[in-house]
Design a protein around this ligand. Structure first.
Ligand SMILES: Nc1ncnc2c1ncn2[C@@H]1O[C@H](COP(=O)(O)OP(=O)(O)OP(=O)(O)O)[C@@H](O)[C@H]1O
Ligand SMILES: [Mg+2]
Length: 345
């Protein structure tokens, strides 16, 4: 018997969304956050497909499973009856599937692959890879629910979560089909590109942004929000990742600010250290102060960057810095995400 589901991470905000796209500047935590989001959704009882699209095998270590390939694989069943499936989308495999479905080119498609036509096609038109990958994700969101599907047809999902390309490339990635739709006048390619474009621009798709509280990632995030909005794509959460808990009270912060401003009496600290019989009190006092100053400056930068982010006006969640990301720690991030998203609405 399934137990009670974990908190519903989306409530009404994104009830319609089937495709959750997670982007951010490189290295800020896209893969980690996509995995946490997919886990949270599965724990609330959903059937979830988590997909990576860059052929980097980033998800497997986070999920604690063997390397993913272009076959969807069940990774986890949750107590609430949810399921987490994972996949590494491969443009080549998607093209073969596309030819099979739309042109009934089963064996002929394989021949094309053997003679290098698939590599040729994707190298001549670099955007083609994006078109195919988006097509695959679109297809995964459109399947008939499990209770209705015929034997042998693929699994259906409530939601698809994508570990997407970084902010600098995400709009092109999502818009790749719109470009094709403009180029192709008629035929199955046009119909498919139109259908994908319609879903990407509908309430069924939402783009979440991951950042850390540093200047470059925050600047990129703000730019990406502008680009996404300009392209008519729906933005979702702003996930501030790797937040450090300093355990500092207000009074401590005042002391830190004094350190930055140079208002601290090093000689007095050295005197106290000497009284405590700390070795090399003058040197230790100077090093302590330098450490405090570095820390204080970081806190100031983080505060400034948080203000820049606040001005963007996206619903924001903060995720803590954990010691290592993997299958043991992922549920903690998932729980932090779910409880904060639940509280947003
Ligand atoms: N909340 C966190 N706490 C601790 N470590 C984290 C956290 N989030 C991410 N990391 C670590 O930071 C590094 C980058 O995270 P991740 O791989 O998820 O980023 P990414 O944006 O997907 O990177 P890339 O651009 O290379 O794909 C990894 O080593 C990951 O384990
Ligand atoms: Mg990644």
């Amino acid at each position: 018997m399934p137990t009670a589901p974990a908190p519903e991470p989306w409530s009404d905000t994104w009830r319609e969304a089937r495709l959750h796209v997670v982007t951010g500047k490189g290295g800020t935590g896209k893969t980690t956050v996509a995995a946490a989001m997919a886990t949270a959704l599965a724990e609330s009882g959903r059937r979830v497909l988590l997909a990576e699209v860059e052929q980097r095998q980033s998800l497997a270590p986070v999920l604690g499973c063997s390397p993913l390939d272009d076959h969807e694989r069940l990774v986890q069943v949750t107590p609430a009856g949810g399921e987490l499936h994972a996949l590494a989308v491969d443009a080549r495999a998607s093209l073969m599937e596309y030819l099979r479905v739309h042109y009934h080119l089963g064996p002929a498609g394989a021949v094309l692959d053997q003679v290098g036509a698939v590599d040729l096609a994707t190298s001549i038109a670099p955007g083609l890879g994006d078109v195919l990958v988006m097509g695959k994700l679109y297809e995964a969101t459109r399947r008939t629910p499990r209770h209705q599907r015929r034997r042998g047809t693929p699994e259906s999902y409530d939601v698809v979560v994508v570990d997407a390309p970084p902010t600098g490339r995400v709009v092109r990635f999502l818009q790749a089909n719109a470009e094709v739709a403009d180029l192709a006048r008629v035929g199955p390619i046009k119909a498919q590109a139109d259908a994908v474009t319609a879903v990407v621009h509908s309430d069924q798709t939402v783009v979440h942004l991951v950042t850390v509280l540093e200047e470059m990632p925050v600047t990129e995030t703000v730019e990406a929000v502008g680009e996404l909005r300009g392209a008519g794509l729906r933005t979702g959460l702003l996930v501030v990742n790797q937040v450090r808990d300093d355990g500092l009270a207000e009074d401590d912060l005042d002391a830190f600010h004094a350190a930055v401003d140079g208002d601290v009496d090093v000689a007095a600290i050295a005197e106290e250290l000497r009284a405590l019989q700390v070795p090399e009190p003058d040197d230790t006092a100077r090093r302590l102060l330098a450490h405090a100053r570095g820390h204080a400056e970081r806190l100031l930068v983080e505060g400034e960057q948080q203000e820049v982010l606040d001005a963007v006006g996206l619903p924001t969640v903060l995720l803590p810095t954990l010691e290592g990301i993997g299958p043991r720690t992922l549920p903690r991030l998932a729980a932090a995400l779910a409880s904060q998203v639940g509280a947003l609405v």
